[in-house]
Design a protein around this ligand. Structure first.
Ligand code: SF4
Length: 330
């Protein structure tokens, strides 16, 4: 039987969680590890199930991404594209099943089924609000079918398509870095990457995202990182924003990523084996993050579980000292 190792890697989302709350980061990347196994202990299993919870915003985005992926994959394989009404109905059916499973707590028996934060933590969402979520997904899917972006994509020969919904990785020195790519194609003078948005969130970190795309494109597709263009498409209102890597200081971003890795690894007890213990990861003092945290059911700050000596809140600030090198357990 293959045994998986909890290998250290880096991603923008990992960095985001780390900076919100170190303990949340620990639960997400360490304490949940192995929770999928039949013989996992009760707490590991519980943390794993909580990690897999989604929420209304991620859930919406996921359904819209799924629909766009199905359309593009069919087009790429020269198969019939599912008619718009049928695709909408399929996704809404999907959401109904997810909703029922989540409300009935099925994710505790099978963590691969959808569990919604709103059900797990009894967030009050009215029927009207749930309907709005479904309508939002429907609108985004319909917008895509009627968009000029879809027409433009269909006009690109498929042998120039490079990626449709891929979770990919590249290496910065020894460090494995993950990026997710919604759609990419090769131009004569570089690569264009599309990023589907379905909510109103604003990307404040384009430079970091662009740099990662640039490095990935260089390693995977052998193109100059500076030739990358990113098109963010908001499927809610079909606004598009285009960025390019030329103005991005790649050296500065690389330093920032390595600093982030050092901060994360400083808290580990065994960097080589990527292992740490709960008590070393501080609880955030900012309750705004707690209000949307999947792990409230196990976090001592919320006192729903007795505080074990190993899990004493430390409330320390960000790590001060740093290791002097980037190490991975690969
Ligand atoms: S409940 Fe708050 S302190 Fe606890 S893990 Fe979540 S964000 Fe951190």
């Amino acid at each position: 039987m293959t045994t998986f190792k909890n290998e250290f890697s880096w991603s923008k989302s990992r960095d985001d969680i780390f900076h919100k709350c170190q303990r949340q980061y620990y639960y997400h990347y360490y304490a949940s590890w192995g929770g999928w196994q039949r013989n996992a202990d009760e707490r590991t299993r519980k943390i794993y199930v909580l990690k897999k919870l989604t929420n209304q915003h991620l859930w919406m985005g996921d359904k819209v991404h799924q629909a766009v992926r199905l359309v593009l994959e069919a087009y790429r394989k020269e198969m019939p594209i599912m008619p718009e009404d049928q695709m909408v109905e399929r996704m809404l059916d999907n959401m109904r099943v997810d909703f029922r499973n989540s409300r009935d707590g099925l994710h505790w028996k099978n963590p691969q089924t959808c569990g919604l934060y709103e059900h797990e933590y009894q967030s009050e969402l009215s029927d009207e609000e749930w309907k709005k979520i479904a309508k939002h997904v429907e609108d985004c899917i319909r917008n895509f079918y009627h968009s000029s972006v879809f027409e433009e994509i269909k006009a690109i020969p498929v042998d120039r398509w490079l990626a449709v919904e891929e979770l990919a990785n590249f290496h910065l020195s020894e460090l494995k870095v993950y990026v997710s790519i919604d759609f990419a194609f090769r131009r004569d003078d570089g690569v264009t990457i599309y990023d589907w948005k379905s909510g109103s969130s604003v990307n404040y970190d384009q430079d970091l995202q662009m740099a990662c795309y640039g490095w990935y494109a260089w390693q995977k597709w052998n193109v100059d990182p500076k030739s990358i263009r990113l098109v963010e498409v908001n499927l809610n209102n079909m606004d598009t924003v285009t960025y390019d890597v030329r103005g991005v200081n790649l050296e500065k971003i690389q330093k920032r990523i390595f600093n982030s890795v050092q901060d994360m690894q400083f808290l580990l007890e065994d960097i080589g084996n990527n292992q740490g213990s709960e008590a070393r990861f501080a609880l955030t003092e900012d309750d705004r993050f707690c209000n949307f945290c999947n792990f409230r059911k196990v976090c001592p700050k919320w006192k729903e579980e007795p505080i074990s000596s190993e899990a004493e809140p430390t409330h320390n600030a960000q790590p001060k000292a740093k290791t002097d090198s980037i190490k991975t357990s690969s």
